[in-house]
Design a protein around this ligand. Structure first.
Ligand code: F0G
Length: 366
């Protein structure tokens, strides 16, 4: 699909916006759904939790076209795949990559095969892959097994792999760091985010460094990543054979960008830490109720992580002694509606009352 400039002006997308920093040329066919330019939201309640006059911002990636940050990388990966004459895409996924790949493949008019761990994909994400018309294969295994299968299938020439092992994905995702700097006027002091396959922490760090090299910023943030306690290979420094967490998006035991993530953490003088499922659910609920931002559980790992940095002596990174007026950005990676399952149970408490003011007043407790 080749778009004209006037069409693209309706919704520019990250490639048009950051063209000079991306490996595209005038002949690259741009496959875009108007991704990126997501809100960087100042959060007064979160800032109060941190104290010391610090300012906390949430980068809400859930408002991308398919509801997650993956769209930034997918517009690049699919555009470059089309440039090279691809006929079909393939990916392994915990849900969001497959939703995004399926959408961008549909947009490009090519087929998409997704390999998923059976029974482990959040309802909304699986629904998206079906809606966008992907071919879906569920395997008896976890994400790491699915990625192994995809790597093997990708060795032939039938498929282009659009997981983050494809460098075009990382190139697209680094635009999120550019946006943060463009809004704040400089890099923040700290950047917190969830870590699964470790592509995103790699991409942000690349983006921050690149912008600094181009003198668009004068400093670099400390990158602080959070894994779910039951799926924390980087934190424990060993492969986890059977990763477990209700944050299914980051249920990964052998991340593809493990080395790059370690480099980002070391070079930025950041840290990797863990948060429990209970902390993740509490943070998800807290952010919805105190800041009006509804995110999926994996994304809440960043917020749970922020709380841990503030409150716990055991945190790998303690915020108790950070300089006053530090600026902290937390990336929340996916929309809450994608994964309704943990909240559905609570909705069952809703019982109808008669349709009159008297009964409604009684139900309210007036
Ligand atoms: N948050 C969400 C909502 C995700 O879907 C993912 C990864 C991450 C965080 C972690 O990002 O892998 O770059 O470290 N989801 C992938 C997928 C694995 O298949 O959708 P990462």
């Amino acid at each position: 699909m080749r778009s004209t400039t006037s069409e693209l002006q309706q919704s520019r997308g990250v490639i048009e916006h950051y063209r000079e920093y991306l490996p595209v040329s005038a002949s690259t066919p741009i496959v875009s759904l108007g991704e990126g330019n997501t809100p960087l939201i100042y959060c007064a309640q979160l800032s109060k939790r941190v104290g010391r006059d610090c300012k906390v911002f949430v980068k809400n990636e859930g408002v991308n076209p398919t509801g997650s940050f993956k769209d930034r990388g997918m517009t690049m990966a699919v555009s470059k795949a089309m440039e090279r004459g691809a006929k079909a895409l393939i990916c392994a996924s915990t849900g969001n990559t497959s939703a995004s790949a399926a959408a961008y493949a549909a947009r490009a008019g090519i087929s998409c095969l997704v390999i998923l761990p059976a029974g482990k994909i959040a309802t909304g994400k699986l629904l998206q892959a079906f809606a966008y018309g992907a071919k879906i294969i569920a395997i008896d295994g976890n994400f790491d097994d699915a990625l192994r299968v995809v790597r093997e299938l990708g060795e032939g020439h039938e498929f282009v792999i659009v997981n983050s092992i494809n460098p075009d994905r990382i190139a697209g995702q680094k635009t999120a760091a550019f946006e943060v700097v463009d809004i704040l006027g400089n890099a923040p002091d700290f950047h917190l985010l969830p870590v699964g396959n470790a592509g995103n922490i790699t991409a942000y760090w690349e983006g921050y460094r690149e912008y600094e090299r181009h003198q668009r910023s004068t400093r670099l943030p400390a990158m602080v990543g959070f894994q779910a306690a039951g799926a924390a290979p980087i934190f424990y420094n060993r492969t986890i054979e059977k990763p477990e967490t209700l944050a299914s998006a980051i249920r990964i035991g052998n991340p593809a960008s493990w080395k790059q993530a370690c480099a980002a953490i070391a070079e930025s003088r950041g840290a990797i830490d863990i948060v429990s499922d209970a902390e993740i659910l509490a943070a998800q609920s807290w952010l919805a109720k105190h800041e009006g931002i509804f995110i999926e559980p994996a994304s809440a790992a960043a917020i749970a992580g922020l709380f841990k940095c503030c409150d716990s002596d055991e945190a790998a990174y303690s915020f108790q002694k950070i300089p006053e007026a530090s600026r902290i950005v937390c990336t929340v990676t996916g929309h809450g509606l994608k994964n309704p399952d943990p909240i559905l149970a609570r909705m069952k408490e809703l019982k109808p009352v008669a349709a009159n003011v008297k009964d409604v007043r009684r139900a309210i407790g007036l």
